[in-house]
Design a protein around this ligand. Structure first.
Ligand code: AMP
Length: 395
């Protein structure tokens, strides 16, 4: 069965076509700069990699570009788009309603629209992507997979903030958490590597990319995570500030900053970029720090320190930890960050083996033989997880 996975952003649609249940990737690519004069398609299909200019004035046209590429005489992976039996969509916010992936119906669409309030940058383009796919492939089963769903198991004591209870009742202000599909995927892979039932493994999963979140997984279920009502909370990220004293916002408002400026500052100008004054990209920061750039080094130090604090906190929350997992662009590719995050943690049973940590690709153990807690690098694959969920509905 052919399953198409769609990740629609505000100006791009990423796609991957899978043959299920083997999860073989038949094609993948992306339409970028949707709505601009110069939209582009990049693809990896039929053993060929390439890119070309395309016409994609809106998401509907971009979806047409993707389906045309999938059936193209030279690079196509399909003879006919009707071969696509199901489409799985990444949706960022599922509020309190969606605790798992769901088959999309008009009620589901209404709910996704309602939660746009909580994820204004993500849910509207996700919804546009769904509508475009429904129109282009009316016969295919459409499934929504939510970034928040894996965190639906977080208990109330961990998801409520110390605000008046009415704020939760009235506005549903609470911790939701994100990157759930990634945390769930690497948690299952880690259980497999540990040769344990997922329901019997306690893990701390660190998704470190441009956005970063840490999750405490107890007996296979998320019981706490660092991101909150929005993806702004938690560790320091590429351009997001992470945890703050909320009074800083009042203080800076008093100093003349508008709410819009603070929103922009905290989301787009803070984190690694704001501290270093140089870059939000960890590769650049590592190069700069090695060349003696003081603030690049400071940004890396703060980044690692905050992650270390979460690992300590979640060790206390879990009681016993079987493994720590690193994933995401930074987690999968930076031995230096992994080493610094895990330095001086033998008292909580975490010891890295420098040789093992030196880096390869895929899934591997990096903890020392004597380390009580195992430490793994596991390449995340959110698309494969979405394809697996979608396949379950379409079967
Ligand atoms: P993601 O959002 O998961 O694509 O991750 C993006 C982040 O991963 C960026 O900060 C990249 O600089 C970082 N990254 C990718 N490769 C490396 C690497 N070899 N060393 C350090 N950081 C990396």
């Amino acid at each position: 069965m052919k399953v198409l996975v769609i990740n629609a952003g505000s100006s791009s649609i990423k796609y991957q076509l899978f043959e299920m249940p083997a999860a073989t990737v038949l094609a993948r690519g992306m339409v970028e700069r949707i709505g601009s004069e110069q939209s582009g398609l990049s693809y990896h299909q039929a053993g060929q990699k390439g890119s070309r200019d395309v016409q994609a004035g809106d998401h509907q046209q971009a979806m047409g570009v993707i389906l045309q590429a999938l059936t193209d005489a030279q690079i196509g992976a399909l003879h006919d788009i009707q071969e696509i039996a199901a489409v799985g969509h990444r949706v960022v916010h599922g509020g309190e309603e969606f605790t798992d992936s769901v088959k999309i119906d008009p009620d589901v669409l209404d709910s996704i629209e309602r939660f746009a309030d909580l994820a204004p940058l993500h849910n509207p383009p996700n919804l546009t992507g769904i509508r475009a796919a429904q129109q282009a492939l009316p016969e295919a089963v459409q499934v929504a997979c939510f970034d928040t769903a894996f965190h639906a198991s977080i208990p109330k004591a961990a998801y409520l903030y110390g605000l008046p209870y009415e704020i939760y009742e009235q506005f549903r202000v609470r911790r939701y958490g994100f990157h759930g599909t990634s945390h769930r995927y690497v948690a299952r892979r880690a259980a497999a590597l540990l040769e344990r039932d997922p329901a019997a493994s306690n893990l701390i999963t660190c998704h470190l990319g441009n956005g970063c979140s840490i999750t405490a997984v107890k007996e296979g279920k998320s019981i706490d995570t660092s991101m909150g009502l929005t993806p702004l909370e938690g560790v320091v990220m590429g351009t997001r500030c992470g945890d703050l004293d909320p009074a800083i916002v009042f203080y800076l408002t008093d100093k003349g900053y508008s709410i819009e400026q603070l929103n922009e500052m905290c989301n787009k100008k803070s984190g690694l970029l704001g501290i270093s004054g140089a870059s939000n990209d960890m590769r650049n920061l590592v190069d700069l720090a090695e060349g003696g750039h003081e603030r690049a080094k400071l940004a890396i130090d703060i980044f690692c320190y905050r992650i270390k604090k979460y690992i300590g906190t979640y060790t206390a929350v879990l009681g016993s930890v079987d493994a720590v997992v690193f994933t995401g662009g930074i987690g999968e590719n930076s031995p230096l960050i992994r080493e610094q995050v895990c330095s001086n943690l033998p008292q909580i049973g975490i010891e890295i083996d420098s040789k093992r940590n030196a880096g390869r690709s895929g899934e591997y153990l990096i903890s020392a033989e004597r380390s009580r807690v195992r430490v793994y690098v596991i390449a995340t694959d959110e698309e494969a997880a979405i394809a697996a969920d979608t396949y379950q509905f379409a079967r």
